[in-house]
Each structure stands twice: as structure tokens, then as C-alpha cells.
Design a protein around this ligand. Structure first.
Ligand SMILES: Cc1ncc(COP(=O)(O)O)c(C=O)c1O
Length: 427
């Protein structure tokens, strides 16, 4: 039986003596604001490939990849080997120094976009997605300081800090932020969105610095728009001299079935922000785009302690190597077809599954209500006893995120769905 820690009471599960003890100690020393509520509160001992092992020796299929981070899976041998090789002998921090690995990582990331986005000319590093978003927005603001207005697509999630927090959601304390509609459940014609944009262009003629959007709404519950939507945003931005920022913090590096989500939506943003899977778990992010925007910031204006450190850059190179050596995109597409078919069968099998939305290897399963959604996470975790499936706590209250490592195998997928089917039959 799980209990959500309202005060100091730890989440506890029957038959998990080691995990329960650790959870109690955690509550004594780490504020609960540090975690996003997940009823299972998996207490992990080790991780390998698509699997996690708990401290009480249960085996879980990881349907989260951390939080869309471990795209290559956990403890990937070649990735780990390459990280060691690239970082061998380098200091962990090279603030106000130059290590060649930084240059190599930048050149390789730019090259990874060269064929699909000619605007990928230069970059900034960041140590987290929200810092990357902040730097991308700063660049646009520095380029055109007379433009005060910041447009964002509504219900996006760009992070909790600074400007990233200001453009997240549907309301902002920043008086310069305005939101435009993003297609979700409602079926509105293209003209509805176009009219809204045009009204902003008229009201704030020459005052709009940037438009920031997620390729698909992630945290808001997995809403994946038609291609025309992003193409319309891009055309409108070009027409009005507005910088288009694509937040690919969670969508980059193969999640949507292409290396970059802007390829899936057939657009070429001015700035693309990458995070999470870019370094398979090493904290790293990057803002990539037009050189005139990146160069709008002078010495020190985008610097900080951890961005672009040698180990992050080594991990970025190692990820790109493994993508090439192991054909990760092709494997991800095959896994995506398999998972997509199995997920789409869930609404027929379970009455509490309302609908399934997604693309590539990022899906949302919408459950009837929040209570049942949490129960689904828990039952998947309890699984068949020794084995379970690890899911994130529900997004937007009722949506279960499915985002396994891109290299998950056919047999691992089959195993996970067999566990889920048995577990959810108890609901
Ligand atoms: C689309 C998107 N943008 C930005 C962020 C913020 O990234 P970070 O948590 O690394 O600051 C997230 C994190 O979940 C995200 O999903």
C-alpha cells in the first residue's frame, strides 16, 4: 500500500524492507520538493540496458529512460568506454580554459544538423534544459533589444527556472509574455491559429522578439500537432522577423523517430535547444542555431560554472558515435512500430484507458482519472511479483508517459507488455 508523503511520512511498499528504510532516511534529509511525485518511488540498486534492479532485488523494465535521458539505455558498454577515452586525463572542469573535446563536441553536434537545418551554425552550452532555454531566449533578446514581447505556445513546459518558467504553461508573471494556442484535443482549422498569430503581429508590430514552442506538448500530456502547425509558426516568424525557438530538450536525439524533432515536423528553427538525451545522462544541454543570434552575446553573458565541461562534451561525442556505429535511429524506428501497435491496442483491452497519443518512442496513455492513473503506475510497478515495469508519475494528472530507451529490444517490449497486461487486469 503506497502513501503519498504529505508531511514526513515516507512512501512505503509491502515486502520492500531495504527500500522502505532508504525512503524513510531520504525523507529525513532531502526536501520532498526535490522529487516529482511517483507512487512507486522506485529505489534503485543498479541499471543495465532497459532494466532497473531495486534494492530489494526486483527487476523492472524501464519505460522512462530516466526522464527521456538514457536514450541508449543504462550502462551502455560502448558509450561508457568512449566517455572514458574522450575524457581521459582531462580536468572535470575547464572553466576559462579550452579543452579540444569541447570544440570536437560542438563541431559534431553542428554536423549532426548540417543536412537538415542550414541555420545550425554555432552553439552555446548549458548544464540543464531550462538553462538552455534561458540562453536561447537571451540570444534573441540581445539580438533585438527593442523587441520586448515574448510569445510562447500555450501549455508548453520549458523548465521551472527564470525565463524558461516564464514561458511555461498558460499564464505568466512576466508582463511581456503572451501565449498562442497549440492544437490539443479541440479540432480547430488552421485559420484559427493563423488569425491568432496575425492579431499578435498587428497588436505588437515590430515588438515581438521570439516565439518559443515544444515540437509536441510533453508534460502537458503528449499532444503531437499536425505538421502544418509548426510550418505555419515558422512562416509567420519569418514574415515578422521573429526568432523561432524549438525546445527539443526532451525530443532530441531520436525520440520522435528522427534525429531531431524539427525533421519530423519539417521545419528549420532559428534556435534549437537540446537536453536530456544529448549526453545519455551526463548533465548537458545545448542551444544551436543562427550565428548572428549566438554572437549577439558578448564575453561572459552566457557563461556559468558547469556548462560545456569536458565530461559532458565527451559524453556528447560518445552518444553521437554510438548513434552512428549501432544505427540507433533505425532501431528506434523498429521499436516504435512495435510499441505503437501494442499501445494502440490498450484502449480496447482496458476500459480505463481513454486514448493513446504519441510518435516515435514517446507516447502518452490517457487514463480515465488521476486516481486510476496512479494505480496504473503502481500496478505496473508491482507487476508479477519479481518483475515489473517502471513508469513516471502521471503527466497532467492522468497521462502515463511511455518513453523507453531507444535501443529496447523486441523481447524486452514483449516482456513489458505481458507484465502490464497481467498487472492492469487487477484494476
Ligand atoms: C520540453 C522540455 N523543456 C525543458 C525542460 C527543462 O529541462 P531541465 O529539467 O533539464 O531544466 C524539460 C524537462 O523536462 C522539458 O521536457
Amino acid at each position: 500500500m503506497a502513501t503519498q508523503a504529505a508531511t514526513s511520512i515516507s512512501i512505503q511498499h509491502d515486502g520492500e524492507p531495504k527500500a522502505n528504510a532508504i525512503r524513510e532516511r531520504l525523507d529525513a534529509v532531502v526536501g520532498k520538493g526535490q522529487r516529482t511525485y511517483t507512487p512507486s518511488q522506485v529505489t534503485v540498486k543498479s541499471a543495465k540496458g532497459s532494466y532497473l534492479w531495486t534494492v530489494d532485488d526486483r527487476k523492472l523494465v524501464d519505460f522512462t529512460s530516466g526522464v527521456l535521458v538514457a536514450n541508449l539505455g543504462h550502462d551502455h558498454p560502448r558509450f561508457e568506454e568512449l566517455c572514458r577515452e574522450y575524457a581521459d586525463g582531462l580536468p572535470r572542469n575547464a572553466y576559462n580554459m579550452v579543452a579540444e573535446i569541447e570544440v570536437i563536441a560542438a563541431e559534431r553536434l553542428l554536423k549532426s544538423m548540417a543536412a537538415t537545418n542550414p541555420k545550425a551554425e554555432k552553439l552555446f552550452w548549458a548544464a540543464s534544459g531550462s538553462e538552455g532555454i534561458q540562453k536561447a531566449m537571451w540570444a534573441a533578446q540581445h539580438k533585438a533589444p527593442e523587441r520586448q514581447i515574448l510569445l510562447a505556445t500555450r501549455y508548453g513546459f520549458h523548465g521551472k527556472k527564470g525565463l524558461a518558467g516564464d514561458v511555461t504553461g498558460a499564464e505568466s508573471l512576466n508582463p511581456n509574455v503572451r501565449f498562442v494556442s497549440f492544437p490539443m484535443k479541440e479540432e480547430k482549422p488552421q485559420s484559427f491559429y493563423q488569425d491568432e498569430l496575425d492579431a499578435f503581429a498587428e497588436e505588437f508590430d515590430g515588438q515581438i522578439a521570439l516565439l518559443i514552442t515544444e515540437p509536441y506538448l510533453g508534460a502537458a500530456g503528449s499532444f503531437h500537432p499536425p505538421k502544418w502547425y509548426h510550418q505555419m509558426l515558422q512562416a509567420w516568424c519569418e514574415q515578422h522577423g521573429v526568432v523561432l525557438i524549438f525546445d527539443e530538450v526532451q525530443a532530441c536525439h531520436g525520440r520522435t523517430g528522427n534525429m531531431y524533432a524539427y525533421e519530423s515536423y519539417e521545419v528549420q528553427p532559428d534556435l534549437v535547444v537540446l537536453g536530456k538525451g544529448i549526453a545519455n545522462g551526463e548533465p548537458a544541454a545545448a542551444v544551436i542555431g543562427r550565428a548572428d543570434l549566438i554572437d549577439a552575446m558578448g564575453y561572459g553573458e552566457a557563461s556559468d560554472t558547469f556548462s560545456g565541461n569536458p565530461r559532458a562534451c565527451a559524453a556528447i561525442c560518445a552518444v553521437l558515435d554510438v548513434f552512428e556505429e549501432e544505427g540507433v535511429i533505425d532501431k528506434a524506428r523498429a521499436a516504435a512500430r512495435d510499441i505503437g501497435e501494442r499501445l494502440c491496442a490498450l484502449p480496447d483491452a482496458f476500459p480505463f484507458v481513454k486514448t493513446v497519443r504519441g510518435e516515435g518512442l514517446v507516447y502518452g496513455i490517457e487514463i480515465e482519472n488521476a486516481e486510476l492513473a496512479n494505480r496504473c503506475v503502481l500496478e505496473a510497478y508491482y507487476g508479477t511479483g519479481d518483475a515489473g515495469v517502471h513508469l513516471l508519475g502521471p503527466l497532467a494528472g492522468t497521462v502515463l508517459r511511455v518513453s523507453p530507451p531507444l535501443l529496447i529490444s523486441e523481447s524486452e517490449i514483449a516482456e513489458a507488455f505481458a507484465i502490464i497486461e497481467q498487472a492492469w487486469a487487477r484494476i
